[in-house]
Design a protein. Sequence first.
Length: 219
Amino acid sequence: MIRKYILFDLDGTLTDPMVGITKSVQYALKKFGIEVEDHKTLTAFIGPPLRDSFCDYYGFSKEQATMAIEYYREYYKPTGIFENELYEGIDQMLAQLKKHGYVIALATSKPEVFAEKILEYFNIKQYFDCIAGSDLAETRVKKDEVIRYALNELAVEKEAEVTMVGDRCYDVKGAYQCKIHSVAVTYGYGSVEELKAASPNVIVDSVEALKQYFLGIND
């Protein structure tokens, strides 16, 4: 089966957002009187929806989590969004995939408006046929919801032609729920153990290996 559609997660898959996300969380927690000295200890927030993380890791109520997200965005929108790095080789990989005829989309739990700015900032937006993210009202946040949104925007008729690429178990599980292929990357923020437990179809350990996988699969 030729899989011509590739959906990419953003954080931990295309970019390394560690500084921006963890400092934004640190800022939000401080508003609640919670002092986290080392922002690098907050990397568990990279990947899952923010609301879930605030509730799971700090026992916030739904109302507190909503407020925390607002505080998070106070730091993230002007500053944290740009405390980010493109993984080496990503731009070259995307260019090669487009050259080989792939339809490329972004499928991220990050708000779509922020995701679009990040792609523009790193000058890779031109490679994407669709940018699918969550909405600021959080009616579309979980990965399966975002994937379904992307599939609809791309007018995909056969799920078997689609691959989801991500670095966390949420990406793999979202792909499974949407009946599409999944490729897990180990260079992001999900541990090998976490990814294996989610049972992706393929696991790769580098951007180069990811590129070679897609360039070889349809030859």
